[in-house]
Design a protein around this ligand. Structure first.
Ligand SMILES: CC(C)(COP(=O)(O)OP(=O)(O)OC[C@H]1O[C@@H](n2cnc3c(N)ncnc32)[C@H](O)[C@@H]1OP(=O)(O)O)[C@@H](O)C(=O)NCCC(=O)NCCS
Length: 166
């Protein structure tokens, strides 16, 4: 049985590993699934810049000394869920998403949401298996250096409030 991943808040020293996973995973999930205008913004360097800027929003999954994946949570939005290619299908993604849902709940929200490219079939299948529901199409407005880019996305939602009895 594989050792379960540990999750913890990211520290600045994790930013390089996060950027590598983000850069490669972004190609896997997005190339062919998003407009060229977004691909032009998402240069290789942009992943390293954003990984360093966003350490405070990032939770990493760690196996031994290695970062195996990460999520970013801002308010009620799960902004990124990424697992390195050698740890996909291993349960790391589920551990990260459960932690992201906990963080949204801890932030006082009863419902989490995320955006996913319509053609990112693996991610959509994963979210649905984890109890997320497709709430439909929306126009995701992404800020770039030359203005805002329009990216058609699906909006997925999941209730995260504690509803059980004590
Ligand atoms: C999205 C991601 C975090 C999911 O983690 P994962 O470890 O790959 O997820 P799992 O393997 O546990 O589950 C994926 C599901 O998709 C299925 N799947 C695998 N490849 C698929 C494909 N090409 N098309 C459709 N479904 C696929 C799997 O069978 C599984 O479904 P099942 O549970 O019904 O068998 C991971 O694939 C990833 O990092 N992808 C690149 C980055 C990305 O796109 N992130 C999401 C941005 S919104």
């Amino acid at each position: 049985m594989p050792t379960p991943a540990m999750v913890r808040a990211a520290i600045p020293a994790d930013a390089d590993a996060v950027a590598k996973i983000w850069y490669h995973g972004w190609q896997d999930g997005h190339l062919g699934n998003v407009p060229d205008s977004l691909v032009r913004i998402r240069t290789r360097e942009s992943f390293w810049e954003r990984a360093a800027d966003r350490v405070g929003d990032t939770t990493v999954a760690v196996l031994g000394d290695a970062v195996a994946g990460f999520v970013m949570v801002v308010g009620d939005e799960v902004e990124q869920v990424y697992v390195s290619s050698d740890h996909r299908g291993s349960g790391v993604a589920g551990t990260l998403l459960a932690e992201a849902e906990r963080l949204v709940r801890e932030g006082g929200h009863s419902r989490a949401w995320l955006a996913v490219a319509p053609g990112n079939a693996r991610a959509r299948r994963f979210y649905e298996r984890c109890g997320w529901v497709d709430e439909g199409e929306f126009d995701n407005r992404v800020a770039g250096p030359d203005g805002v880019v329009s990216v058609p996305c699906r909006r997925y939602v999941k209730p995260v409030a504690f509803t059980g009895r004590i």
